[in-house]
Design a protein around this ligand. Structure first.
Ligand code: SF4
Length: 338
């Protein structure tokens, strides 16, 4: 059992079953999440006998930092390695409102989006919930920063690892731990429609972000194979349901790729697709991936956004962070593991 897999209530029950007093759960969580201590022997208010019990029953292991890159803009990218050699990436980003972390949910990804470096290295395995949580703790320890927001937008498709995702969300939401409210958490999906409905029914108040990137099924299927299974119409319907259940606007991610999806006609079609959806569009000037000829930002960026706004669609432009350190999802793992 890994200690980071459990919420306070779950831990109280488990401690009792393992011969520990229930109140120890709160003490241990305080050492881990507030005092950042990852060695039971250093938890001075716990008896020696209980320290031995904890050591034999509950792992506290965190992943190793295999590589760390620091951008000129302060963005930090980690390549973490778990004990079975599976690797993932996490990115720490500073904003006016605090420090945010982008975490990975799988080592590799099966979804095969053609623009994504994560699909170029073979899928290794799902991460367990505690392994996703551990990315936040390890990055916080290393950087000495308080991480107040989390985005599940790194390597992997979170809804392809649904149960572990939900375990992770419950743990980081716990008030005795990170106490990260749903509104400070974003989950990003390529569009696994049935899971959007299931997730909506949990009513977690988590922000949902959907990678859209194209406006017709033909073109989207060519770059995102998931679209062959769940087309744009069914995806948008699921997003409407998400809003109905959670009252949270869905964010549609749209990576603007010169001469591919950045024409003003694309902007008009996108507006028409989303005209009845409570959402906003997050336009992403693409991070360059060296073999994909996407080195330049689209010249149509401002005109594209203007058309969406004219049509009543709220638009944000993602701030470019970490361009100099291969901060797009999967680029570091690809460079390291191929
Ligand atoms: S964009 Fe997301 S879903 Fe698509 S291959 Fe990359 S990690 Fe997987």
């Amino acid at each position: 059992m890994h200690i980071l897999s459990y919420t306070h209530n779950e831990l109280k029950d488990l401690f009792e079953k393992n011969g520990l007093k229930r109140y120890r759960a709160l003490q241990v969580l305080d050492w881990i999440y507030n005092k950042k201590v990852f060695d039971y022997s250093l938890m001075t208010n716990i008896s020696k006998e209980d320290i031995e019990l904890l050591k034999t029953s509950f792992s506290l292991e965190l992943p190793q930092i295999e590589k760390k890159l620091v951008s000129a803009d302060g963005t930090v990218k980690y390549l973490f390695r778990y004990s079975d050699n599976a690797t993932v990436e996490s990115v720490l980003m500073d904003y006016d409102y605090g420090t945010s972390i982008c975490v990975s949910s799988q080592s590799g990804c099966k979804m095969g989006c053609v623009f994504c470096a994560s699909s170029e290295v073979p899928f290794s395995r799902n991460l367990l919930g505690y392994e996703i949580t551990a990315q936040i703790l390890k990055a916080g320890l290393d950087s000495n920063k308080t991480i107040s927001r989390a985005v599940v937008m790194g390597i992997g498709e979170p809804f392809d690892n649904y149960d572990n995702l939900v375990n992770f969300l419950n743990v980081i939401n716990m008030k005795e731990g990170f106490n990260m409210g749903g509104r400070r958490i974003t989950v990003s999906t390529c569009g696994i429609v049935p899971k959007i409905y299931e997730f909506a029914d949990l009513c977690l108040q988590v922000n949902l972000s959907v990678s859209l990137h194209e406006v017709t099924d033909e073109k989207r299927s060519a770059i995102m194979p998931i679209n062959k299974k769940y087309d744009i119409a069914s995806l948008i319907k699921a997003c409407e349901y998400y809003f109905e259940k959670t009252n949270r606007r869905v964010s549609f991610e749209y990576a603007l790729i010169p001469n591919q999806n950045d024409s003003f006609d694309h902007a008009r079609r996108l507006s028409s697709l989303l005209k009845n959806v409570m959402c906003y569009v997050n336009v992403i000037p693409v991070n360059p991936i060296d073999n994909m000829k996407t080195h330049q930002n689209s010249k149509n960026l401002s005109g594209f956004c203007a058309i969406l706004k004219e049509n009543g669609i709220p638009v944000t432009i993602r701030r470019e962070l970490g361009r100099d350190i291969e901060a797009a999802c999967g680029q570091l793992r690809r460079q390291h593991d191929i």
